[in-house]
Design a binder for this molecule. Structure first.
Ligand SMILES: NC(=O)c1ccc[n+]([C@@H]2O[C@H](COP(=O)([O-])OP(=O)(O)OC[C@H]3O[C@@H](n4cnc5c(N)ncnc54)[C@H](OP(=O)(O)O)[C@@H]3O)[C@@H](O)[C@H]2O)c1
Length: 263
């Protein structure tokens, strides 16, 4: 059945590939981007590939932009927009931590509230929250990001239980990607070196950390977004989506094992 699906952060990476995949399956896709320049570029690209997308700017941190979704009868909201931030919790500036929570948690929930108003009135809707396996196990030196995704995953599970009690046919599900090569992990890991000066507790091992991070992501990252896009499509089209959709599966099982072992 054709659905109206709004996706945030659709200018790049997982968001863009999901928007294209959903539109190719016949859905009416509202692909939104943080900036107007990204919206223009995405519209051009979709046009060149003959993929029908309705594109507009939606910076999720802007209340004015969030209100732009009100006129649409959205069946599925995919909260994909997110930012990364790294560094040790022993020294990272709290402004940086506040900012990542502002985008990944508070603005995501604020947009979800706007969408829920319409969905609850129409007694129909699904909200997907793109969290991360970094929201299942703590990731040293990525904790600002990891904490924001822990909070988002908890919010998703709690909101799901609340919507179940409301009995208005509203479904909430979590999308939990593992490491996927979109450039996101590299920018996130590098972000701390912009402020870690010689007085950092970890200055003496910064070069070694950089090498290890590069090697770890090179080893871990799936080269394509295909596996997580498949899960997003599955969750978006499900009548009653389950709580979690994880991909690549091998990373999902790795996280389960780590949790059993008490990491
Ligand atoms: N790649 C991975 O390994 C991985 C793993 C787990 C979870 N995830 C999650 O998957 C989602 C997509 O990530 P990705 O890998 O595809 O990276 P990406 O290409 O950087 O996608 C993130 C998108 O969100 C946008 N965005 C940031 N702030 C925004 C705002 N205020 N309003 C609207 N859009 C905003 C970004 O726009 P700009 O380009 O302008 O910043 C970008 O287009 C994120 O939530 C991320 O946390 C990714």
């Amino acid at each position: 059945m054709r659905k109206t699906i709004l996706i945030t952060g659709a200018g790049t990476g997982i968001g863009k590939d999901s928007a294209f995949a959903l539109a190719q399956r016949g859905h009416h896709v509202l692909a939104t981007t943080q900036t107007q320049a990204q919206a223009d570029a995405l519209q051009l690209l979709a046009g060149a590939q003959g993929i029908p997308l309705e594109v507009f700017k939606l910076d999720i941190t802007s209340d004015i932009d969030r209100q732009r979704i009100v006129p649409f009868a959205i069946d599925v909201l995919i909260n994909n927009a997110g930012v990364g931030e790294s560094g040790s919790l022993a020294e990272v500036d709290m402004q940086r931590v506040r900012h990542i929570f502002e985008v990944n948690l508070f603005s995501t929930l604020a947009l979800t509230q706007v969408a829920l108003r319409g969905m609850i009135a129409r007694e129909k809707g699904t909200v997907l929250l793109v969290s991360s396996i970094a929201g299942r196990i703590p990731m040293p030196f990525l904790m600002p990001y990891s904490m924001s995704k822990f909070a988002l995953s908890a919010a998703g599970a709690g909101l799901r239980a609340e919507m179940d009690q409301l009995k208005k046919n509203i479904h909430i599900a979590l999308i939990e990607p593992g490491a996927i090569h979109t450039g996101f992990n590299q920018s996130m890991s590098d972000s701390k070196y912009a402020w870690m000066g010689p007085s950092s507790y970890f200055a003496h091992q910064a070069e070694k950390m950089k090498r290890q991070e590069k090697a770890t992501f090179k080893f871990l990252e799936a080269r394509s977004t295909a596996s997580i896009v498949k899960q997003i499509v599955k969750a978006a089209e499900a009548e009653r989506p389950k709580l979690r959709y994880v991909a690549p599966w091998v990373q999902g099982w790795g996280v389960r094992l780590a949790r059993i072992l008490g990491v």
